[in-house]
Ligand binder design. Structure first.
Ligand SMILES: C[S@@+](CC[C@H](N)C(=O)[O-])C[C@H]1O[C@@H](n2cnc3c(N)ncnc32)[C@H](O)[C@@H]1O
Length: 229
């Protein structure tokens, strides 16, 4: 799926998205927003905000920016802003893998049900790390590749269907996080059947490499300066 496919598919879902994915994922969205640990006056970014189902969950003492590729999804989000008078929220059409925000702009970043939809998850995560302050929090709520051989096999069968309806089922969490500068602080299975996972991460980018280090060069405990030499 490229960006045009994503935009087309999710624009076509915009009218029915809340009915299909609202209630069923409500508790996990609440949990994900809680794990952001929002403090008064903080700047929060939600990537792939969609129709804004999580927007009423943010405390009013922070400022929230939501971005999405699909203008039709964002239009539903804007309706929620008006309905709930969410004056602390703004929505912008933007590609999460090439954000226009300056580095270290946000205190916390959320991606709920997004990483397996974006065309380039590694690049999107790198962008989330870049725009998040060092020591900030990044929360991912997503399905990650099953570790159990049977589960992994079933996922492979369903993979072409999943892609057609707008997400991939084979995203590997360890591979996604490798070299990202994120340290996992909490990881929990959530939602019906524990199919989805919430991962809370600390952004340690000032201590670690920002660009992913090629795996074949990275010796355990090796420092970036050594690797570059
Ligand atoms: C499954 S929906 C999740 C929406 C919302 N986060 C939720 O909890 O319901 C995925 C959203 O990610 C958006 N998206 C996919 N790729 C994107 C990208 N590169 N940049 C911004 N938004 C993107 C899609 O348009 C869609 O609205």
């Amino acid at each position: 799926m490229d960006a045009a496919d994503v935009e087309r598919i999710y624009s076509s879902y915009s009218g029915v998205y809340d009915a299909l994915f609202g209630k069923v994922f409500h508790r996990s969205r609440c949990h994900a927003v809680e794990l952001l640990g929002v403090k008064p006056g903080q700047e929060i970014l939600e990537v792939g905000v969609g129709t804004g189902l999580s927007l009423p969950l943010y405390p009013r003492w922070c400022r929230v920016t939501g971005i999405d590729l699909s203008e039709k999804m964002l239009e539903k989000g804007r309706e929620k802003i008006r309905r709930h008078r969410l004056t602390h929220v703004r929505l912008v059409r933007m590609d999460a893998s090439a954000m226009e925000f300056e580095t270290d702009r946000f205190d916390a970043v959320l991606a709920a049900y997004v990483m397996s939809v974006v065309p380039d998850p590694r690049r999107t995560l790198d962008e989330m790390v870049r725009v998040c302050k060092p020591g900030g929090t990044i929360v991912l709520l997503n399905h990650f590749h099953a570790k159990h051989p049977l589960g992994a096999r079933i996922e492979r069968w369903f993979s072409p269907l999943c892609t057609r309806i707008g997400f991939r089922s084979d995203l590997d969490l360890e591979h996604l996080l490798a070299g990202s500068g994120l340290r996992v602080t909490i990881g929990r299975k959530v939602n019906p059947f524990g199919y989805w996972t919430i991962v809370q991460c600390l952004n340690t980018k000032s201590e670690t490499a920002r660009e992913p280090v090629p795996r074949w060069r990275a010796a355990p405990g090796a420092r970036r300066a050594t690797l570059r030499a």
